[in-house]
Write a protein that binds this ligand. Sequence first.
Ligand SMILES: Cc1cc2nc3c(=O)[nH]c(=O)nc-3n(C[C@H](O)[C@H](O)[C@H](O)COP(=O)(O)OP(=O)(O)OC[C@H]3O[C@@H](n4cnc5c(N)ncnc54)[C@H](O)[C@@H]3O)c2cc1C
Length: 398
Amino acid sequence: MGPFDVIIIGGGISGTSLAHYFLRAGLKPCLLEKETSVGGALASQRHEGGFWLEMGAHTAYNSYGNFLSILSERRLIEQLEKRQTSRWMLWDDHRAVSIKGRIGIFELIRSLPSIFWTDKSGLTVEGYYSKILGSNNYRNVGRPMFNAVTSQEAGNIPAAMLFKKRPRDKQVMRSFTLKGGLRSVPEAICAMDGLTVRTGCDVKQIGFREGMFQVTEAAGGVLEAPALALATPADAAAGLLGASFPQLAEKLSKITVREILSIGAVVKKGRVRLPLMAGLVGGDDSFYSMVSRDPVDHPEQRGFTFHFKPDAGREESMETIERILGTPRRDFDHLATRTNRMPSPRPGHGAWVRELDALLAGKSILITGNYFAGLSIEDCVSRSVKEGARWMQRLQAL
Ligand SMILES: Cc1cc2nc3c(=O)[nH]c(=O)nc-3n(C[C@H](O)[C@H](O)[C@H](O)COP(=O)(O)OP(=O)(O)OC[C@H]3O[C@@H](n4cnc5c(N)ncnc54)[C@H](O)[C@@H]3O)c2cc1C
């Protein structure tokens, strides 16, 4: 093993997409991932019989240009699976109801024209969408939906970070996943020649001496490289940089990271009373969202992943799942649990990104993740493209 040109810490889509760009540029990267498999929030859980269920992200779109470029370069386009239904429902008063039916049409007609003169930038999700949907519509429908999308109270997130307008590639289906789920993408990248991947490698410490980074893992091993890329959640990156790069660590520590308990249940068709749907918005219940596997039909089973609000204990969460599905847990074929981690950007986030980038200028440290321009898969890949380009320019200048 080694010598490496760069060590990447974190094997989610941010870290693996960066590895993809480094390999394309002819560099020799080493990727270290704490979990036993790569993917991070692209957490497709595979079960015997070929059934898979997303425990994190579930949908990619034909507007994800940088992500699609990777799929095309990795010859994954033929693995795309169309998502057959995009119908989301709302859990309200003990039943799944239509979201459209909850929208006050007159308020919407009055409010919607303001979309033409209201600038998203500088406004929060609550500020912007209360204007264009109307405040009652925002409260009754918008707020629970944005909470479902971000798996947290979304009202204070800068509006410009969500639902960006990007050009669509009309040759590709509008919304899709991949055979075996979205995790297939980081897995395909990690199978590339020239990339060293170590899973089960929990990095504990980073040092810097004589132009080289020393990366120490929990088991005691130390790796060295002249460049370092952090692709972990912001709080983990802050912890790792604290000893050697306190200014960067201090900046990263400003990003709040939320933990979300996600529980997935696989059940035989016919044992669930819920209608077919892409997902359920939790509304006032104890979960933000339930994401269903229904958009990719399976002949025998259905799957449902619930993303819970904070403080929902494991037992209470299991009871919620039984109640919503109408299925006792003894009838579940499989059950999986995962803790997802999501950033919670606040107003002024754009200035925070500029300040962090100013601290990174001239350093051999790259930082990527879902806490820069936005939270989506495409935002992660776009940040990796940007950081990769910065590093290549620096290499040329050295
Ligand atoms: C429930 C949920 C649903 C979502 N749905 C969608 C969707 O449908 N579409 C969409 O576009 N986006 C969606 N997102 C957002 C998107 O999936 C994430 O923002 C993105 O996958 C984050 O990728 P990442 O690589 O930045 O971070 P992560 O996926 O969190 O990866 C970071 C990795 O770093 C590793 N790590 C941390 N510390 C260490 C350490 N010390 N040593 C080694 N490794 C370490 C972690 O184990 C992890 O694998 C969703 C997110 C969630 C949580």
